[in-house]
Design a protein around this ligand. Structure first.
Ligand code: F6P
Length: 550
């Protein structure tokens, strides 16, 4: 029992029952589960919107799923979900509502924060974005010298970068092909340098994206970008208005930076950075794909929001995915989770999910501040198939670690591939299906022997299988489908945080490094004596200074 009178997660009867069930399952084999139930593939398939999800290749039985759902019920997942959708301040350590779902709610909806319906403001910003995006796309918005904008450079980091950068890549086939879009995040000057070195400042628009407008990387890059622009144009400060817009919750800091707040697109403190790309933070994406496609994407998000809110537990896909993660992380000691999209357009998808999942659930105290005694968020990793197959899949197949994975693929290639390349799509997808099968069912020693393999090589060529995967298929990677996929993962992360009783919406763990970096910088530049530096860091700083000739 904790201080709030709630039984500790690992002392609940539901947790105990799952532990016992896990013991009883022992060395459960996927081969046997499929042999025992010819209907398994069909029974363990769910649909949400355009997503077809096969979870039959998981180390679960009906009993496992029932016990997991009972755990979710006992831990009040549905109650916390409803509180989130209602706008209650479920981000307890920051005393904030968590309302990314309001960003994609239809205009007729009403969601109140502190007694005020936030939906009209959401739609008013969307309209302002739309007008601006249309003006830039059509060439009506001109730079300081009267030239049209050809390149948009988004400057932001974390949630103010990963979302738009990922979605731009994902939806590249739908983008304005006469324009270029670049994303600068790293405070390493190389990032900005490479992004602008071949650009004409007169044709470049910078979008400075920062929820707080205090993030050092972003403000530093934005300041350098402004200098590059003014030097390149040989212009004064008045040129800034035509080449810089801001996306932020902090109008005061935007004005301090020198951006007219008329050129600011607002969002709100109830939007977490890693949940923000369907807010004003998505402006670069909206310019790239156009307002209509952007709205289709929002509708995709909303579809899955409604599914998560309303679908019964047995059919609730985000709930299921969250529970499967709990099953492996807490009852099978899995430490990581691989996300393997079989789409080159999703090359940044897993990096985006890393922030979504690891910044949300990388916590070791519960919502009341007590240390947790169970594993929380996994390490999320992965790259697009088939590239990963020729790199780390060896470990997935024959290593000693259990790594559940998501395989994501699409039936149709995007439209604008030429026909010769379209033919490659079946080969790509054949790899996805083959990997799912090989991971689940492996290859027994007898099967290896039957191929005439010499006995001494049999152990090396045996695949144990039993590596669990979820396969997610959709007809094509459209804006709506991308929204559906992201919302699915957002709510999965929510479910896990609710079960582990952690605050999935704060990120205090990133603060210490930021504070220390500020303190250490004068030691590098001026050789300042910085208090509190440990011996190793002191010596590294001295070596660095010597290497810089200081
Ligand atoms: O340092 C972590 C973080 O606060 C993320 O949560 C956020 O997405 C990122 O920094 C950028 O913050 P901002 O949008 O305020 O610049």
């Amino acid at each position: 029992m904790n201080a709030e009178g709630r039984t500790r997660l690992d002392q609940t009867p539901e947790w105990t029952a799952l532990n016992k069930h896990r013991e009883q399952l022992g060395e459960v084999r996927l081969r046997e589960l499929f042999d025992q139930d010819p209907e398994r593939a069909g029974r363990y398939t769910l649909k949400v919107g355009d997503l077809h999800l096969d979870y039959s290749k998981h180390l679960v039985t009906d009993e496992t799923l029932r016990l997991l759902r009972e755990l979710a019920e006992a831990r009040g997942v549905a109650g916390l979900r409803d509180a989130m959708f209602r706008g209650e301040k479920i981000n307890v350590t920051e005393n904030r509502a968590v309302l990314h779902t309001a960003l994609r709610a239809p205009e007729s909806a009403s969601v109140e924060v502190d007694g005020e319906n936030v939906v009209p403001a959401v739609h008013s910003v969307l309209r302002k974005m739309q007008i601006f995006a249309d003006r830039v796309r059509s060439g009506e918005w001109k730079g300081h010298t009267g030239k049209r904008i050809k390149t948009v450079v988004n400057i932001g980091i974390g949630g103010s970068d990963l979302g738009p950068a990922m979605a731009y890549e994902a939806l590249r086939a739908y983008t304005h092909r006469e324009m270029q879009f670049r994303f600068v995040s790293n405070v390493d000057g190389a990032d900005l340098h490479e992004a602008v070195r071949d650009l004409d400042p007169a044709e470049t628009l910078f979008i400075v994206a920062s929820k707080t407008f205090t993030t050092i990387e972003t403000i530093t890059n934005a300041t350098s970008a402004r200098n590059w622009l003014l030097t390149g144009l040989r212009a004064g400060e008045d040129a800034v208005a035509k080449h810089f817009v801001a996306l932020s919750t902090n109008a005061e800091k935007v004005a301090d930076f020198g951006i007219d707040t008329d050129n600011m697109f607002e969002f709100w403190d109830w939007v977490g950075g890693r949940y923000s790309y369907d807010s004003a933070i998505g402006l670069s994406l909206m310019i790239a794909i156009g307002p209509e496609r952007f709205r289709e994407m929002l509708a995709g998000f909303h579809l899955v929001d409604e599914h998560f809110r309303c679908a019964p537990a047995e059919e609730n896909v985000p709930l299921l995915l969250g529970l499967l993660g709990v099953w492996y992380g807490n009852f099978w000691d899995a430490q990581s989770h691989a996300v393997l999209p079989y789409s080159h357009y999703l090359s940044k998808f897993t990096a985006y999910l890393q922030q979504l999942d690891m910044e949300s659930n990388g916590k070791s105290v519960d919502r009341e501040g007590n240390p947790v005694r169970w594993q929380t968020g996994p390490v999320v990793w992965g790259t697009p198939g088939t590239n990963g197959q020729h790199a780390y899949y060896q470990l997935l197949h024959q290593g000693t670690k259990l790594i559940p994975a998501d395989l994501i693929g699409f039936a149709k290639p995007v439209e604008d591939l030429n026909s010769g390349l379209v033919a490659q799509h079946d080969l790509l997808m054949a790899n996805l299906f083959a990997q799912g099968q090989a991971l689940a069912f492996g290859k027994t020693p007898d099967e290896v022997r039957a191929e005439g393999v010499p006995e001494e090589l049999v152990p090396h060529k045996t695949f144990q299988g039993n590596r669990p995967t979820t396969t997610i298929l959709a007809e094509e990677l459209s804006p709506s489908v991308l929204g559906q996929l992201i919302a699915l993962y957002e709510h999965k992360v929510f479910v896990q945080g609710a079960i582990w009783n952690i605050d999935s919406f704060d990120q205090w763990g990133v603060e210490l490094g930021k504070v220390l970096a500020k303190r250490v910088e004068p030691a590098l530049t001026e050789g300042a004596e910085v208090e509190g530096l440990d011996a190793s860091t002191k010596s590294l700083v001295a070596t660095y200074r010597a290497m810089r000739g200081r």
